[in-house]
Write a protein that binds this ligand. Structure first.
Ligand code: NAD
Length: 433
């Protein structure tokens, strides 16, 4: 068995589009409308704790590799830090800081009692065996054990992490704590104390906000043309939930490419395809229900009623925003539209349901999962879905009201609602020492 330390894997590239800078631009826009004092800004703007780890992991061939990882706790004013963990080769500390900031804002928009956190490991998990993935996941959680807790910081899934990884996280923490601690992480499998309804929660929440937006704009979802970028948890469930409402999903995509059918893709076929194909759409053009687009980014520019980015940040930038033809953009992904693109889209009159509202269904059902874990009483799916619907509907209506009151786009309005809430709580709590 070799014991030499090999290269650090997956060093993140320098990102031309810095998600944290973008997040701060969004923050500043809302602060300007609210006219916050410098002390108020200082209380809510920057992350409270940024943890960087170098994780040694024994690979299958006996060598040791070091993986860089981060956990950021942006705010604990409104409750324990809450947010997912991403496994991706392009993870940077700034990306994780942006995502943690958005989590603080998101939890405040839907008024659930959490602050914001996020984590990430710089790794392409498709290059790992199952055993390596488990050892990496467990090492990450074991190193974080003193900085997280059921009432401190509660991780969850994000890009490339799934219920199995959450089960390993929960088991690792419980073994360290020498007690059963299911509330340490959400997004767990049902058999490992997860919540009914969690898998489709993000997409379900998006659908509720899309329905509210369509109602506001006088648009019928029945027959509406929809394009979805990303076909993982958020994207594939979006397609699955929109199809029965009569929406015509004309294009879908993932890392393998974009697939289009102007008459509507057979969503069941697409779901079955990824199910039997390692989670990927590769080769879907041979299924007879769609053709492959030459340039996958062109999916974003299709003539649709609703465009649902459900993949990564910075997909709509100033270079393609002018060519977007969607009437509504429902941001299932975090940060898919840059501030520069936002300005262009607002000018064009595109109605954007911002990420911190649109995709908040995931963390809302995570909150339900945590409540169930803490009480030891598990809800029926109907209760989960009904309470989710109420929270998403009320949040949309609050943000819309702020948008109309302040005459600002929905994104600025969502930040106004969130920042007002976090600032008020922080002020009432005051400074401990
Ligand atoms: P996932 O790993 O399940 O799926 C990601 C999908 O995006 C995959 O289909 C992948 O192939 C695809 N993809 C990656 N890069 C792409 C590209 N350049 N072009 C097209 N497709 C690409 O992740 P997820 O959980 O579905 O998360 C997707 C987005 O939704 C992320 O921004 C995440 O932060 C956000 N989100 C997820 C949740 C949740 O509960 N899962 C909650 C809130 C927000």
């Amino acid at each position: 068995m070799r014991s030499d330390v090999r290269k650090t894997r997956g060093t993140a590239p320098i990102m031309s589009l810095n998600a944290y800078e973008n997040a701060m631009k969004q923050f500043n826009q809302a602060v300007e409308v609210l006219g916050l004092a410098p002390n108020q800004v200082a209380m809510v703007k920057d992350p409270r704790k940024v943890i960087e780890l170098q994780l040694p992991v024994r690979m299958d061939d006996g060598s040791i590799e070091i993986f860089q990882a981060f956990r950021v706790q942006h705010s604990i004013a409104r409750g324990p830090a809450k947010g997912g963990v991403r496994f991706h080769q392009d993870v940077t500390v700034d990306e994780v800081k942006a995502l943690a900031f958005w989590m603080t804002m998101k939890c405040a928009v839907v008024n659930i009692p959490f602050g914001g956190g996020k984590g990430g490991i710089v790794v392409d998990p498709s290059t790992l065996s199952l055993g390596e993935l488990e050892r990496l996941s467990r090492r990450f959680f074991s190193e974080l054990a003193l900085d997280i807790g059921e009432n401190v910081d509660i991780p969850a899934p994000d890009v490339n992490t799934n219920p199995q990884i959450m089960a390993w996280f929960m088991d690792t923490y419980s073994m360290h704590a020498r007690q059963h601690t299911p509330g340490i992480v959400t997004g767990k499998p049902l058999e490992v104390f997860g919540s009914r309804g969690r898998t489709q929660a993000t997409a379900q929440g998006m659908v509720h906000t899309l329905e509210e937006a369509a109602k506001h704009l006088g648009l019928d979802l029945d027959g509406a043309r929809v394009a979805i970028q990303g076909f993982g948890n958020a994207g594939s469930n979006s397609a699955r939930l929109l199809a029965p409402k009569g929406a015509r999903v004309i294009a879908i995509s993932d890392v393998t490419g974009a697939y289009v059918n102007e008459d509507g893709i057979d969503v069941d076929k697409a779901l079955a395809w990824v199910e039997g194909n390692g989670g990927k759409l590769t080769g879907f053009e041979t299924s007879g229900t769609a053709t492959k687009m030459d340039d996958p980014m062109m999916l974003l520019e299709l003539d649709v009623d609703a465009l649902i980015p459900a993949a990564m940040e910075n997909q709509i930038t100033e270079s393609n925003a002018h060519d977007i033809r969607a009437k509504i953009i429902a941001e299932c992904a975090n940060g898919p539209v840059t501030p520069e693109a936002d300005a262009i889209l607002n000018e064009k009159g595109v109605f954007i349901i911002p990420d911190i509202l649109c995709n908040a269904g995931g963390v809302t059902v995570s909150y339900f999962e945590w409540v169930q874990n803490k009480t030891g009483y598990y809800w029926r799916e109907e209760r989960v879905l009904e309470e989710l619907h109420g929270i998403m509907r009320d949040a949309f209506r609050n943000v819309l009201a702020a948008s109309l009151k302040h005459e600002v786009p929905m994104r600025v309005a969502a930040f106004i609602v969130a920042i007002e809430s976090v600032t008020r709580t922080a002020e009432l709590r005051g400074l401990y020492a």
